[in-house]
Design a protein around this ligand. Structure first.
Ligand code: SIN
Length: 486
């Protein structure tokens, strides 16, 4: 594959105080196309000094930015939404080249990601408060909302556009300035996003971007500065815990969207067509590289065999290949390490008794590809029961009773998403109430929507992104108390 023109046109420097600048060290790093293993671009590799300059710019602009009219901020987001949609083909080509997902999915992500801007452009003008009277009638209270202040945003590689817009959208709407560190595997999509926001009219210094291969130094410089008031992170639970520790030192607000281990439960009474469709969506979206991906598929004994066979038939029909090629449905994993991890998890499951119905191997040749795989009869002690697979592997575990499956589904420290397939309404509410997760898909394999609150419980995170809850994460409550004229 040749490098997409949209990639060659990108400015790959750091973006600080409205200016593109090289890293102070002069260093750059290479971005690799996971389908070809070829170098796509070189990107400025920021360090702690660059990070401090970026946060200084954000802090200096905070007061003026907070004072802008909500409509002005909303209209910047609205323009950025429109520009993203106009440029969907170019941005999708960049995303596919650096991350691997098929072009059709990348375009889908541009629409999904852009929608966060449209949603928060509408939320910007609905920031509200309260007016109350104390119980003794002597004091009047105005409960107002103000931007929390400069924010640290750290995003992952799996949805390189949407995870950025999901944080930048509400921060802009609320009136917060930002320092932003995208994942080093996928910096290019974020650079394209910066260009869109600049063109949409985002003032200098409001958004500052530092790409780096040394996230520890960059993010620590921000967290320890005392100048940032909030951190919003999407990534692993281990890194999230570390950031929470750092946030505690300066008592910063924190939103964490961390790891998942989603149970996907299919009861005997489920509509199997719907359940198979749901499994394909919840498992195969993004080649399985999603925190909400179905990780443990529990199928009740009466349908387990038929369900596994039908999912395997669908998996076999999928076309694996370079995401930029016509008709590709499953692209490569993001890097060799990810491929090795999937291979290790599958080998371990087989060693512990699982049967391969389809897949279980990788195609010959270049690129980090893994064939769509269905494993049946996965044992409870297989490593993938406790580890996010983050690959195109459906692990089916049989169960007998409702109580048994609820216990198994909840036997994890994680609680992001869960899925439930049944036609029994009473069971649907009973099981959904009992599932220890932040989001339940009932007879659907898709829970994500910019207008709905996304987030987890237990060790899957804190706070919500999207929905009317999303902007609250970027706002502080301020009380104004005054005597009530008597
Ligand atoms: C994620 O993998 O955390 C994001 C998935 C989504 O937004 O649907």
């Amino acid at each position: 594959m040749t490098t997409p023109t949209a990639v060659t046109k990108l400015n790959t420097d750091l973006f600080i105080d409205g200016t593109w600048v090289p890293a102070q060290s002069g260093k750059t790093f290479e971005v690799i196309n996971p389908a070809t293993e070829e170098v796509l671009a070189s990107v400025a590799d920021g360090g702690a000094e660059d990070a401090r300059a970026a946060l200084d710019a954000a802090a200096a602009k905070q007061q003026a930015w907070a004072a802008t009219a909500p409509r002005e901020r909303g209209e910047i987001l609205r323009r950025a939404y429109e520009l993203l949609i106009e440029r969907a083909d170019d941005i999708a080509a960049i995303m596919t080249a650096e991350m691997g997902k098929p072009l059709a999915e990348a375009k889908g992500e541009v629409v999904y990601g852009a929608e966060f801007f449209r949603w928060f452009s509408e939320e910007a003008v609905r920031i509200s408060g309260d007016q109350t009277l104390s119980p003794d009638g002597k004091t009047r209270f105005l409960v107002q909302r103000q931007p929390v202040g400069p924010c640290v945003l750290v995003t992952p590689w799996n949805f390189p556009l949407a995870m950025g817009t999901r944080k930048i959208g509400p921060a802009v709407a609320a009136g917060c300035t930002m320092v932003f560190k995208p994942a080093d595997l996928t910096p290019l999509t974020s650079l394209a996003l910066v260009e869109v926001l600049v063109e949409a009219g985002l003032p200098e210094g409001v958004l500052n971007v530092v790409n780096t291969t040394d996230p520890g130094s960059v993010v620590t410089a921000w967290m320890e500065s005392g100048k940032a008031r909030k951190v919003s992170f999407t990534g692993s639970t281990a890194v999230g815990k570390h950031l929470l520790g750092q946030a505690a030192q300066n008592v910063m607000r924190a939103s964490m969207e961390l790891g998942g281990n989603a149970p996907f439960i299919v009861f005997d009474d489920a509509d199997l067509d719907v359940a198979v469709e749901g499994a394909m969506a919840a498992k195969m979206r993004n080649m399985g590289e999603a925190c909400v991906a179905a990780n443990r598929i529990y199928a009740q004994a009466g349908i387990a065999e038929e369900f596994s066979r039908r999912v395997a038939e669908r998996m076999q029909q999928l076309k694996v290949g370079d995401g930029s090629a016509e008709g590709t449905q499953v692209g490569p994993l993001v890097e060799r390490k990810a491929l090795d991890k999937v291979e290790t998890l599958v080998t371990d499951a087989i060693d512990k008794g699982a049967k391969v119905i389809t897949g279980g191997d990788r195609p010959e040749g270049k690129g980090f590809f893994y064939n769509p795989t269905v494993l049946s009869g996965v044992s409870k002690d297989a490593e993938l029961m406790e580890t996010e697979i983050f690959g195109p592997v459906a692990a089916v575990i049989p169960f007998e009773t409702e109580d048994e499956v609820i216990t198994m589904a909840n036997a994890t420290p994680y609680g992001l998403a869960g899925y439930l397939f049944t036609t029994d309404v009473a069971r649907a509410f009973r099981v959904s109430d009992a599932m220890e997760v932040g989001m339940v898909g009932l007879n659907t394999g898709m829970v994500s929507n910019p207008s709905a609150p996304f987030g987890g419980i237990k060790q899957s995170g804190l706070g919500r992104e999207g929905g009317k809850e999303g902007i609250e994460e970027f706002l502080e409550v301020k009380l104004l108390a005054m005597p009530q004229p008597g």
